[in-house]
Every structure is written in structure tokens, then in C-alpha cells.
Ligand binder design. Structure first.
Ligand SMILES: Nc1ncnc2c1ncn2[C@@H]1O[C@H](COP(=O)(O)OP(=O)(O)OP(=O)(O)O)[C@@H](O)[C@H]1O
Length: 754
């Protein structure tokens, strides 16, 4: 309600501004007519301009006011944004309008520019425009804010970012830079030095067209201007040398800044990612993480610095160029500036269309990439179904969709370049026509006209560059925001425990543990589970698929934290133990053991320092892996390929078991670790595990095979997240409960009830 009231108040203000602006414009018009009673074509044109400006303003004000009240909803924001950006056209049009009048009257030597009425109404109209613009900004801000307060929970980040005004966007460029630099302070001196060379280079380069004109003037009157000619040439040589030196230094220093910052940010991001809790990796896709690490780090550091460099250099050049242009000829400058608003308006329309198409192209290419990625990642499945041709067709279809969009983009670009060039040529022809006219009337020298045309080209290039750079800067800011978010993210599970006793006994207790995965908080996976495992005991966790066995192992590994209850090792909560100590004492062989793309020896001794080949071979023998490793051409130095792809499932499992055994863990967790082994190999691995057992290690084993489970000292049967039975094999068979039913079907877990 308050939001609505504020909007209505703002509309009233806006209407007042409308009245003020109109009054000022009438005054302007009245002042001019008063002094142009000798009707000529200048005054007719001036009055037409007045009427046109007035109509445009009134129309915009009325439409804006009505829209802001009618659409004070979620919908209003994009509309408001649109009108807010277009409203900038009005002050620009007002300036253009006044400039044309100035040009017309100055040419005719009329008395108007000197008449207080004219200047009074001119200043008044500029002030009126400013008031009008401010009011409009105020109104759209109010609508935006009330939208935010109503929908504070809704809307995407992109939408919210879209609400930022240009001031806020510029601020976010600098705050992103500040944050990035805070990660690597040593690069700041390089950046500052590079920036000073940049400013130096931009200043010296801007003087060059001026002295080019001076040289031409010197040639035009060679007898009388030898000194001027020589002087200009010497200065040009100096300026050229300085500009080249500054540009070289700037490029090198910016490059160093960029690389240093990039490496630092990548390191920080990677370090932060490796600290995150496992739940983070459950919810964030690997593709997203790698894209942050590879492309966003590059985009944010390189693009931000490169574009900021170009942005600063261009701003300096624009300011100096406009200054020089006015110094050479204010009349030609006014004429030049008059032609920029229309091309800016055209560029804006095209820019919006191109942005939309570019976004569609990205989405369409991403879809094509998805197909390619999926096919390549699952090549074995594709081959086994002989479905290569259909996958190729699917990829081609996606590429054809992208091609249509590329075609549309090419058409847009082509037509825009045509219009842009047309404007540039019109500008040149008008400058030559009007400039030539001024040269003939000796109001301008030929050299100055040449300098002016050079500056005009500089200005056009600079303005084009500014728009490109601004868009890219915003992309870079978006990328760095995501990186900063990840770098600064505090993991939900801290590995800050300090306990590291010389040797834990291996006593495990689950005390009233309940748990739900962070990515699916509504589903209770473990429900008030309690059990104990004594040191040296071999306990089998048995139960139907999805009952929560692996989840118990995950909690013991401190991958997740319990929702309630405690997991204790030797009577202490596992989070109290030092992270490295805990994972050396508790070793896990998972369901699908993952090997790293390095040698077998490095895989077995993973995360351990100073491991001899003898130790590695000893545990490999225990895990029944030595024989197959020794038969490989490069033995223990054989590369296992990505995720151990170059080994069979059973071989991978044996290497993973050796990797666990080499740690001499106090607790060994085997989550279906022998499922891919044949009966004979399994027998041998079992023997190795039993050897461990003899030396007082606690073993928790999850298995579906009866042979593995039968040998356990105790069997804990879990069903739907609760412990339903406990005891030795024979006891449980006598109870004739879930375990007995599962054993009778011989396929533990696979077809159990529930
Ligand atoms: N990372 C995860 N995020 C969300 N839910 C999960 C996750 N991992 C497992 N779950 C869910 O938790 C439940 C228990 O899974 P768990 O892997 O512990 O079962 P399990 O008894 O080991 O099954 P199986 O014998 O098939 O391996 C299942 O319903 C599963 O869908």
C-alpha cells in the first residue's frame, strides 16, 4: 500500500515536472519568436523544432506516468527499465535541438545568441530536462523498490542484476576489481604502473592528429611556415616514440598483472572447492565447477583487466578528443555531436536484438555440446547399441538450429554495419561540406580540417569500442561474482578437529543417529539408529537396497554431519578428530572405487609420503593384486587411465583394497568392495581382510554375498533406515526374520521385501 502511495506521489511530481518543462519550452519558443518577427526559413525551422520537442516530451511523460501506475507489478520492471533507458534520448534530443539553433543563428550572424531571452530559455530548458530526467529516475526507482519488497523472494539473479542502474553497474565493476585485487595484493603495483602508462599513451596519441594538421598547414604555406612545419614534425616524432613506448610498457605490464591474478584466483578457487563439504558436490554439477575454474577465472581476470584497460584508455581519449575538436572548431564539433544521438539510438536497437540472438545462440550451442558430451562419455553404450548414426543426426539437428540463429545474427550484423557506415559517410560528407565552407571563409585552416576529420574518426572508433567494452565488462563482472562467491564460501562441515591420539582402538558407536541428505532434506534416510562395533570385530551391514547401509559408512567418514545423534570413535565424536588423522585411521573401499590417472604405484600410495615400492608390493600381495600388476608391461608404473578406465572392474577393486590396506587402518570400511571379484579372488581378499582382523582392526563390511556376510562376527540388518535385527548368522537364521528371508533367496538385498 505504502509502495502504491509513493508511486502516486511520484507520478504527481512527474506531472509537475512536465508542466515545468513545457513552460520552459514555451518560454524558449516565445523568446525566439519575439526576436524573429522577420520570418525566414531559420525561424520556421526553429519553431518546428520547438513543436517537435514539446510533443515528444509530453508523450513520453504521459505514457511513463500511466505505465508506472498500471504496471506496478513484477511486469513493470522490464517495462520501466526499457522506458528508463530510452528516456536518456530526451535530454540528448534537447541538446541536439539547441545545438541546431545555435548553428543556424551563428551562421546568419543573427542577434539571437546574444539576446538574454535566448540564453535564459536555453539554460531553463536544460535545467527542465534535468528535473524531468531526475523525476523519471525517481519514479522508476520507486517502482523497482516496491517490486523488490513485494517479490523479495522471487526472481532470478539475472533479473535482479538487470535492475541495476548504470551507476550501480559501474560500482560493481570496481567492487569486483577491488575484491579480485584483494586476493593478490602484489599485482597492484603492476596494475598501477600499467594504468599510468595507459594514460600517458592515450594522452600522447591524442596529440598526433593535431600535429598532423599542423604539418599540413606547414606544407600549404611552405615558404612562410618552414619553422612551423619542422616544429610540428619534431613534436610528432617525439609523440610517436612516447606513444609506442607507453603502449609497449602498458601491454606488458597488464599482461603480467592478468597472468599473476589469474593463477592466484585459480589457486584460491581450487583450494576453496577442495575444502567444501561432500553435500556441496552432491548439489553442484561437476560441469559447473569446472566451468568456474576454467572459463570464469579467465573471463573474470583477463576480460576484466583487458576491458578495464581499454575502457580507461577510451574514456581518456574521448575526453581529450572532444576537447581538441572544440579547440579546432566549435561549429564542426556541434555538427559532429549532432549526428551521434541517431546512430546511438540505432545501435541500441540493434544491440538489444543482437544480445537476444547471441543468448539464443549460446543456449543452442550448449544443447549441441550436451549431445556431443553425452555421446562421447557413453561411447561404449552407443557402440553396443550401434546407434552412432542417430547420435550424429541428433548432433547435426542441434547444429542446424544454431546455424539458423547464426544466420539471423549475420543478417542483423550486416544491416547494422551498412547503416553505421552510412551514418559515418554522411558525417564525413557534412564535415567536408561545412568544414570546406569554413576554410573558404577563412574561419578554419585546411590543416585544422584534416586534424578535425582525424579526431572525428577517433571519436567514432572510441565510442564504438566503449559500448563493446561495457558489455564485456558486465559479463566479466558476472563471472567474477560467481568466482568470488565460491572462493568466499564457508564449508557447512568444518574439518577443524584437533584430536590425533597415537593409535585409536577402533571402537565405533552410532548413538541415536538420524540423518537426511542436504540435497533432499525432507527424506529421512536414517531414523534413530544405534549400534556399537567393538575393536577387532568384523561387522556386516546387511539390508535391502536403499536401506541406508552406505549412508552409515558416509557418516563414519565424516562426509556429512548427522541431523541428530552422534557417531563416535573410541567414545569421541568423529568431528573432534584431526581430518588427516581420521582418514588415515579409517580407510574406505567404496562401491565403485575411483582410481586417479596416474601409475598403479602412485594410486596405491595415494596421499602418503615416502612409500617404498616394497611396501606397495606387500599390500598388493595382500589384496591379491600383485600377480596381475606384475604381468602388466610396465608393472607398478603402468598408468591406470582416467578414473582407472584401463583396468578391469575386479583389478580396480584390488588396487583400491591395497590402497586402503597400506594405511594399516584401525577401521576398515568395505562397501561392496569385492562385488566385482570372482569367487577365488574374493576368497584371497577375504583372507587378507581376516589377516587384518587378527591384528585387532575393526572391519565394517557391506556385502550382498552370503559368503562374505556369513563369516562376520556380527550382522546388523538395516531396513528403511532402522536397525531391525542384530546377531550372528545362525542366530538370525533362527529368528526367521528379514535376514533369513533374504538369505533364503540367496540374493541378499536385491529382491528383499520393502
Ligand atoms: N548423495 C545423496 N543425496 C541424496 N540422497 C541420497 C544420496 N545418497 C543416497 N541417497 C538416498 O539415501 C537412501 C539410502 O542410500 P544408501 O546408499 O545408503 O543405500 P544402501 O543401503 O547402501 O543401498 P545399496 O545396497 O543399493 O547400495 C536411498 O534412498 C538413496 O536414494
Amino acid at each position: 500500500m505504502a509502495g502504491k502511495m509513493r508511486t502516486v506521489a511520484a507520478v504527481l511530481l512527474l506531472s509537475l515536472a512536465d508542466v515545468a518543462v513545457n513552460t520552459i519550452l514555451y518560454m524558449n519558443g516565445a523568446g525566439l519568436y519575439k526576436f524573429t518577427y522577420d520570418v525566414n526559413y531559420f525561424s520556421i525551422f526553429a519553431s518546428l523544432l520547438d513543436i517537435w520537442a514539446l510533443g515528444l516530451l509530453r508523450g513520453c511523460v504521459t505514457i511513463g506516468a500511466v505505465m508506472s501506475v498500471l504496471y506496478n507489478t513484477r511486469d513493470a520492471v522490464p517495462r520501466m527499465k526499457l522506458s528508463r533507458s530510452w528516456i536518456g534520448v530526451i535530454p540528448a534530443a534537447m541538446c541536439a535541438y539547441t545545438c541546431v539553433k545555435l548553428l543556424l543563428y551563428s551562421e546568419k550572424d543573427a542577434k539571437f545568441p546574444h539576446v538574454p531571452w535566448f540564453w535564459g530559455s536555453f539554460v531553463g530548458s536544460v535545467v527542465g530536462c534535468a528535473v524531468f530526467y531526475l523525476n523519471w529516475t525517481l519514479l522508476s526507482t520507486i517502482v523497482t523498490q516496491s517490486y523488490r519488497s513485494i517479490n523479495s523472494e522471487e526472481g532470478t539473479d539475472e533479473e535482479r542484476e538487470g535492475l541495476l542502474g548504470s551507476g550501480a553497474k559501474t560500482k560493481s565493476i570496481f567492487s569486483s576489481m577491488k575484491k579480485l585485487f584483494s586476493y593478490s595484493k602484489p599485482v597492484i603495483p603492476y596494475f598501477l604502473a600499467a594504468t599510468s602508462f595507459l594514460v600517458g599513451g592515450a594522452v600522447t596519441a591524442t596529440f598526433l592528429p593535431f600535429y598532423t594538421g599542423q604539418v599540413i598547414d606547414g606544407i600549404a604555406k611552405i615558404e612562410t611556415s618552414q619553422a612551423k612545419f619542422t616544429h610540428a614534425i619534431v613534436i610528432m616524432c617525439l609523440l610517436t616514440a612516447l606513444t609506442s613506448l607507453f603502449d609497449g610498457m602498458r601491454t606488458g605490464l597488464f599482461q603480467i598483472t592478468m597472468i599473476k591474478l589469474n593463477i592466484r584466483v585459480r589457486n584460491l578457487l581450487f583450494r576453496s572447492l577442495t575444502r567444501q563439504e561432500i553435500g556441496f558436490f552432491d548439489s553442484v554439477k561437476t560441469g559447473e565447477i569446472t566451468s568456474r575454474l576454467i572459463s570464469d577465472t579467465t573471463t573474470s581476470t583477463e576480460m576484466l583487466i583487458l576491458n578495464l584497460k581499454v575502457f580507461c584508455a577510451t574514456v581518456v581519449r574521448v575526453v581529450l578528443t572532444v576537447g581538441f575538436m572544440f579547440k579546432l572548431s566549435w561549429r564542426l564539433s556541434v555538427l559532429t555531436l549532432l549526428l551521434f544521438p541517431p546512430i546511438a539510438a540505432v545501435a541500441k536497437v540493434y544491440g538489444r536484438c543482437l544480445k537476444k540472438v547471441a543468448k539464443e545462440i549460446q543456449t543452442s550451442l550448449a544443447k549441441a555440446n550436451d549431445v556431443a558430451e553425452e555421446t562421447c562419455a557413453n561411447m561404449r553404450t552407443v557402440r553396443s547399441f550401434a546407434n552412432e548414426d542417430r547420435e550424429c543426426e541428433r548432433y547435426n539437428e542441434k547444429l542446424q538450429d544454431a546455424y539458423k540463429l547464426f544466420f539471423r545474427e549475420a543478417l542483423l550484423l550486416g544491416s547494422f554495419i551498412t547503416i553505421e557506415n552510412l551514418f559515418a559517410l554522411v558525417q564525413l560528407v557534412l564535415t567536408l561540406f561545412y568544414g570546406g565552407h569554413l576554410v573558404i571563409e577563412t574561419k578554419l585552416t585546411g590543416g585544422s580540417l584534416v586534424s578535425f576529420i582525424l579526431y572525428q574518426n577517433h571519436l567514432r572508433d572510441a565510442l564504438e569500442k566503449l559500448t563493446d567494452v561495457y558489455v564485456q565488462l558486465m559479463v566479466a563482472v558476472g563471472a567474477s561474482k560467481k568466482i568470488i562467491e565460491y572462493i568466499e564460501r564457508e564449508p557447512e562441515i568444518e574439518n577443524g578437529g584437533k584430536m590425533a591420539p597415537s593409535r585409536p582402538e577402533g571402537h565405533i558407536e552410532f548413538r541415536n543417529v538420524s540423518f537426511a541428505y542436504p540435497s533432499r532434506r525432507s527424506v529421512q534416510v536414517l531414523k534413530d539408529i544405534s549400534f556399537k562395533v567393538s575393536p577387532g570385530e568384523v561387522v556386516a551391514l546387511v539390508g535391502p537396497s536403499g536401506s541406508g547401509k552406505s549412508t552409515c559408512v558416509n557418516l563414519l567418514e565424516h562426509f556429512y554431519e548427522t541431523t541428530s545423534g552422534q557417531v563416535l570413535l573410541d567414545g569421541n565424536p568423529i568431528m573432534a578428530y584431526d581430518h588427516k588423522f581420521l582418514h588415515r585411521m579409517i580407510a574406505l573401499v567404496g562401491q565403485e572405487p575411483v582410481l586417479f590417472a596416474r601409475s598403479i604405484k602412485d594410486n596405491i600410495s595415494y596421499a602418503l609420503d615416502n612409500c617404498s615400492l616394497e611396501e606397495v608390493q606387500q599390500v598388493a600381495r595382500q589384496a591379491n593384486a600383485h600377480q596381475f600388476i606384475a604381468e602388466l608391461p610396465e608393472g607398478y608404473e603402468t598408468e591406470t587411465g582416467e578414473k582407472g578406465m584401463q583396468l578391469s572392474g575386479g583389478q580396480k577393486q584390488r588396487v583400491a583394497i591395497a590402497r586402503a590396506l597400506i594405511r594399516r587402518p584401525a577401521v576398515l570400511l568395505l562397501d561392496e568392495a569385492t562385488s566385482a571379484l570372482d569367487a577365488e579372488s574374493e576368497q584371497m581378499v577375504q583372507q587378507a581382510i581376516e589377516n587384518l582382523h587378527g591384528s585387532g582392526h575393526t572391519v565394517i563390511v557391506i556385502a550382498h554375498r552370503l559368503s562374505t556376510v556369513e563369516r562376520a562376527d556380527r550382522i546388523i540388518v538395516i531396513d528403511k533406515g532402522s536397525v531391525v535385527e542384530q546377531g550372528r548368522h545362525r542366530e538370525l537364521m533362527q529368528q526367521d526374520g528379514l535376514y533369513a528371508r533374504m538369505v533364503r533367496r540367496e540374493m541378499l538385498g536385491l529382491d528383499a521385501p520393502g
